[in-house]
Design a protein around this ligand. Structure first.
Ligand code: C5P
Length: 236
């Protein structure tokens, strides 16, 4: 049985590299032997392509590819196959794309010979308010919509979800002990909030039930990213 508490918290912090390829590789070098996971999002992937995944893998990291797939099932099957073949260990897709689309992603991993890849469903983007959601035609409350979509992710066979630290506790109850619950919006005490609004400290996010935390700018924009990472680990 998967027990996240058996994995050191240091190895459950994912550093988001939302920067140029050159900067990403420099930060990755400074985090070698310290961090276990790096996240490649749209900014970096669309500049560097799938080679960046291979480069970070060669440096010994697990790579989370955060491209939030949302398309017809045939395309998402292809996208899942492609990123799995490129070396991704974890990737995201929008649950709003429906059960068949999510199942296609899981099928794509089998086709690629990588059924072990972690699949995370995006429910409601944390940048969206209840009013924004209503404008899209959703009449459920925001927490209800998050819960409903997370249940669908599980039904489709995804490994987990991305969630705000505020939603993590409810989702942990809903999805059970073994679900991956990956939370961005994490800020160490005293750090700049940047454009995040509903934030939690690393300790709070883990205590709320997150299996993994995504932390970007508090580490990548620091004068010394390795030191910033170590200070976060020390503060846990
Ligand atoms: O720099 P910061 O710590 O705010 O980075 C958070 C990372 O998590 C970014 O890469 C962002 O794309 C991602 N993310 C987020 N909120 C979500 C989903 C992903 O901030 N709901």
């Amino acid at each position: 049985m998967l027990d996240f508490t058996a994995i050191p918290e240091r190895e459950r912090i994912i550093v988001a590299l939302d920067c140029s390829g050159e900067e990403a590789l420099a930060i990755a070098r400074s985090l070698q032997g310290r961090a276990a996971w790096l996240k490649v999002g749209m900014t970096l992937y669309y500049q560097e392509g799938p080679q960046i995944i291979a480069k970070l893998k060669d440096m010994g990291f697990n790579v989370f590819v955060d491209l939030k797939f949302h398309d017809i099932p045939y395309q998402v099957y292809g996208a899942a196959t492609s990123v799995a073949r490129a070396g991704a260990d974890m990737f995201t897709l929008h649950t709003i794309g429906g059960l068949e689309m999510m199942r296609s992603a899981v099928d794509g991993l089998i086709e690629a010979g990588r059924p072990d890849v972690i699949t995370l469903g995006i429910t409601v983007l944390t940048s969206m308010s209840e009013e924004d959601l209503e404008l899209t035609g959703v009449t459920r409350s925001l927490p209800d919509q998050v819960r409903t979509l997370a249940q669908q992710a599980q039904t489709a066979g995804l490994t987990g979800v991305v969630a705000s630290p505020q939603e993590a506790a409810m989702l942990r109850k809903e999805l059970g002990r073994e679900a991956y619950i990956v939370t961005p919006g994490v800020r160490p005490v005293g750090a700049s909030l940047d454009d995040q609004s509903r934030v939690a400290t690393p300790r709070q996010a883990f205590d709320n039930g997150a299996s993994h935390l995504v932390i970007g700018r508090p580490i990548t924009a620091a004068a010394d990213p390795a030191e910033a990472f170590e200070s976060i680990v020390k503060g846990l």
